[in-house]
Design a protein around this ligand. Structure first.
Ligand code: DOR
Length: 434
């Protein structure tokens, strides 16, 4: 394998407390060292990348990605979804099991691993179903799924509704030290809803999904995590009340982590005024106060990670009227731009916190041995141009779908090279057009 030298970038690696201009040397797919090449013997170098002006980070990790395969290949495949990940700067994704059939068997986990190996793109880690068939009735074969390589468990798209089953999921996951990734929703409160319940839904005459529909379930799961000692990871938290519950639970020492999606720290329910289904997702876009609370949660660490909930849906499905169109939007190819534009540029968080939220911490929660540039680590590395201004055009995305609400937006910050195990898997080709 070739030796790669990444020269002169701003290396940001929160796992080692590094934030300085430096070089990164990679050999045989692993990091040799972060250190100035001029002062150390580096031996033969096959390729040098000039990273002047770029931020060099441990490869980004998205712990919430719907790759849709098997069963929904019209929306996305493992090949197209992982290419979208690379284009977004992600070297690892965790794929969510609400596929058809759901990923609830060793064979299904192996299928994903095989397809991912064939795609030869980024790393794919498998989140397996918490309940058999994702039906919420019986526990999935947690032990067997762990043996097959599942890194976490979730029935995402839906909550685990039965509280007793939820308790057992926590107990079993705890035995294997795996997190449960929770989609928090009380279905009686959200039934028929298409957007956040509030003034805007009232004005538009659309059925709403109240904040309590999320918060009540977060409260239940915190209580069950407490009694079982299980690890709760709250997915796509979207309300101020949810952030407050998580903050209080963490303060009490309960094992809870959380993620926020870029759309939930960027957009509000006002966006629904155009009745565009590209603004429809679950949980829905909330109010400006909720957006502010999500950002505050990211700033103080209550919300550990940024995850995209990349949810591709083919055009003909999203073209349906708002109440019939499916929930979900693309995320992989706009995440870095939104995070830099919304969080770093305005000074809400610095680069080390951003890299922790998009690499180190999701890797730690999933226990996947990534998210670091320590000597000997697998050389998954992302190069980001922090100043590159670019216009979002979903037609140019690597994803098979184009359901992004950010079409036409100008964002700052973009991955320009994505390196997986020492091999450059993606390089930005197009010139900036913004
Ligand atoms: O908006 C969403 N889309 N939320 C979910 O929980 C599921 C996802 C999907 O699978 O499309």
């Amino acid at each position: 394998m070739p030796t790669l030298l990444i020269r002169g970038g701003r290396v940001v690696d929160p796992s080692q407390g590094i934030d300085r201009i430096d070089d990164v040397l990679v050999r045989d797919g692993h990091v040799v060292a972060v250190g100035h090449a001029g002062t150390q013997p580096v031996g033969r170098v096959d390729e040098t990348i000039d990273a002047t002006g770029l931020v060099v980070t441990p490869g980004l990790v998205d712990m919430h990605v719907h790759l849709r395969e098997p069963g929904r290949e019209e929306d996305e495949t493992i090949e197209t979804g992982t290419r979208a990940a690379l284009a977004g700067g992600f070297t690892s994704v965790a794929c969510i099991p609400n596929t058809e059939p759901p990923i609830d068997s060793q064979a299904a986990v192996e299928f994903i691993h095989q397809k991912a190996a064939r795609a030869d793109t980024c790393n794919v880690f498998v989140v397996a179903c918490a309940s058999r068939g994702r039906e919420g009735k019986e526990l999935a074969e947690i032990g067997q799924l762990v043996e097959a390589g599942a890194v976490a468990f979730s029935d995402d798209g839906a909550p685990v509704y039965d509280a007793e089953l939820m308790r057992r999921v926590f107990e079993y996951c705890r035995m294997f030290d795996k997190p449960f990734l929770a989609h928090e929703e009380v279905l009686e409160l959200t039934a028929g809803g298409v957007m956040h319940e509030g003034l805007v839904s009232l004005v538009l005459g659309l059925k709403g999904m109240p904040a309590a529909g999320e918060e009540v379930m977060i409260g239940r799961d915190i209580a069950l995590a407490e009694v079982t000692g299980g690890r709760l990871h709250v997915m796509h938290v979207s309300t101020a009340g949810g952030v407050a519950l998580i903050r209080a639970a963490k303060a009490r020492g309960i094992r809870v982590t959380a993620e926020a999606c870029p759309h939930h720290f960027t957009l509000t329910d006002e966006s629904l005024r155009g009745f565009d289904s590209n603004f429809k997702m679950s949980p829905p876009l909330r109010t400006a106060a909720d957006v502010e609370a999500i950002i505050a949660g990211l700033v103080d660490g209550t919300i550990a990670c940024i995850a995209t909930d990349h949810a591709p849906h083919a055009l003909e499905k999203k073209m349906l009227e708002l109440d019939r169109a499916p929930f979900g939007i693309l995320g992989l190819e706009t995440a870095v731009g939104l995070a830099v534009t919304r969080l770093v540029e305005p000074g809400r968080i610095g680069w080390p916190r951003l890299v922790a939220a998009m690499s180190t911490l999701p890797a730690e929660i999933l226990g996947i041995n990534r998210g670091t540039l320590r000597p000997g680590a697998v050389a998954d590395i992302t190069l980001i141009d922090p100043l590159l201004s670019w216009r979002v055009d979903p037609r140019a995305f690597a994803s098979k779908s184009s359901n992004s609400p950010f079409h036409g937006w100008t964002l700052q910050g973009r991955a320009v090279a994505t390196i997986v195990a020492g091999r450059v898997k993606y390089r930005l080709q197009e010139p900036a057009v913004a």
